[in-house]
Each structure stands twice: as C-alpha cells, then as structure tokens.
Design a protein around this ligand. Structure first.
Ligand SMILES: Nc1nc2c(ncn2[C@@H]2O[C@H](COP(=O)(O)OP(=O)(O)O)[C@@H](O)[C@H]2O)c(=O)[nH]1
Ligand SMILES: [Mg+2]
Length: 239
C-alpha cells in the first residue's frame, strides 16, 4: 500500500467525541515514549504529522489521522504515566480502555513494545488485557536501532516466552525503527490485509443491496463494523 495523503483529522478526549464509525481504524498504543508518534510519522511518510516528544506522557488525547482518505491511524495516549494504584493498572486510562473495547470500526491494534528493554510488567499486563478483552492486536517492537541485534532478539524472545505462559498461539510480531526507517513496508502490508478483510465484511453498497422496504433494514455503519470486527478479532486472536 502507498500512502498518497495523510492529514490530522481530529483529537478526541473520549469515545463519545470520536468521529463517525464509517472508516476502518488502526490504533497505536504502548508505554509513553515507546515511539508511537515517531512510528506513525514513518507510516504516514510525513515527519511532524504526529508530535514526537522527549517528555513522556505528552499525548493525552485520542489523535486521529486520515490516511488516503479511506482509513484512520489512531495515536492513543501512552500508558504508564497515569497515577493509578498498582492493583488497578489495567485501568490505565478509562477513555482509552473504553475506545479499545467499544469502537466497532477498530480493525487492529498495534501494541508497541521497546525492543531495547527486557520485558516490562506493564507491557505484559497490557497485552494480556488486550487478549482478555478479545481486542485484535499485533506486537510491534520499536527502536531496534537502539540496542545490538542479539540484545533485541533476546528481549523479543523473553517477551514472547512470558506471554506464551497464557496464550496458545503467539500474536504476529513486527520490528521497527523510526530512526533507521525500518518496518514501514511490513506494517503497511498488515494494514492493507486487514482493510481488505474489513471491506469484504462491510460492502460499501450494503444499503443498496436491500432495496425492498419489507426486507430488514441494512445495519448501521457501526453495526456493520461490529460484524467485521468480530471476524477480525477471530482471525487475529492469538489465544
Ligand atoms: N533510537 C530511537 N529513538 C526513537 C525511535 N522512535 C522514537 N524514538 C525517540 O523516543 C522518544 C519518544 O518518541 P515518541 O514517538 O514521541 O513516543 P510516544 O510517546 O510513544 O509517542 C523521542 O525522543 C523519539 O525521538 C526509534 O526508532 N529509535
Ligand atoms: Mg506520542
């Protein structure tokens, strides 16, 4: 897939403020500073589209970008800086949790993990939370330029080992570096495949397919998205 246009679309503080559900969405999430905004800029092929910050916890809003006028990239606030009690960490950010659980047109989540670090409990807990909530996701190990390749491999292997304690089939794993500009093609490939699946589930002319008023009304875009998402969730579910 080529990116012919990428523009900032909308910032939303919560799910209720998000735009309509007519377009498929792909969300980036991970701990603050993991490299979400940098990767988003690489995917978009546009430096400065999402704001990159050295200050953790910078992005507080659900930031949406319109890609090729047909789908949205969603930069979610990072977890790990919300001041929550340890036992309550899964409630990293209620607005984000609400979005992830209830957005019918959310096709796929990219769970970003820093490849230069050994497995972090917060990332492991978050990934388990995604699985528990049947949210389709792939893992993206970021900043592969930061550590030596054997260290990166060891960190990814250790992370995979930890999640294999509870998941039967590992999720798909990708590596990327915003500095070395690695990983773009692979991630765009995943998005293209997920979009094709989504579109197969949600034909654009679904409403016209039911011209007879006596037939059941065509479902709303949201409900169609929900169906598509159910299928997505099944095909991407790593457990
Ligand atoms: N070495 C290296 N640094 C990166 C990479 N991606 C992001 N960073 C740096 O990590 C910091 C946080 O990046 P940002 O994209 O704002 O992370 P976010 O908080 O997850 O959105 C910034 O200082 C970036 O320059 C990468 O691939 N390699
Ligand atoms: Mg950011």
């Amino acid at each position: 897939m080529d990116i012919s246009s990428a523009t900032f679309f909308r910032s939303a503080p919560d799910l209720d403020s998000c735009p309509d559900e007519s377009l498929p969405e792909f969300a980036f999430i991970g701990r603050s500073n993991v490299g979400k905004s940098s990767l988003l800029n690489i995917i978009a092929g546009q430096q400065g589209l999402a704001r990159v910050s050295a200050t953790p916890g910078f992005t507080k809003l659900i930031n949406m970008f319109l890609m090729n006028k047909t789908w949205r990239l969603v930069d979610l606030p990072g977890y790990g800086w919300a001041h929550v009690a340890r036992h309550d960490k899964a409630k990293f950010n209620q607005a984000v949790a609400h979005y992830l659980r209830n957005r019918p047109n959310l096709c796929l989540v990219f769970a970003l993990v820093d490849s230069s670090l050994p497995p972090q409990e917060m990332d492991l807990e978050f990934v388990e939370w995604l699985a528990d909530n049947s949210i389709p996701f792939v893992l993206v190990f970021t900043k592969t330029d930061k550590a030596k390749p054997p260290e990166v491999q060891a960190n990814i292997a250790a992370f995979s080992e930890r999640i294999s304690e509870w998941c039967e089939q590992l999720p798909e794993i990708f590596k990327c570096s915003a500095v070395a500009k690695h990983g773009r093609r692979e991630l765009l490939g995943v998005i293209a495949a997920a979009m094709a699946e989504y579109e197969a589930q949600t034909p654009a002319d679904a409403d016209e397919a039911l011209p007879d008023a006596k037939l059941p009304q065509a479902s709303s875009p949201g409900a169609r998205g929900r169906d598509a998402r159910g299928t997505q969730a099944k095909s991407r579910r790593p457990w």
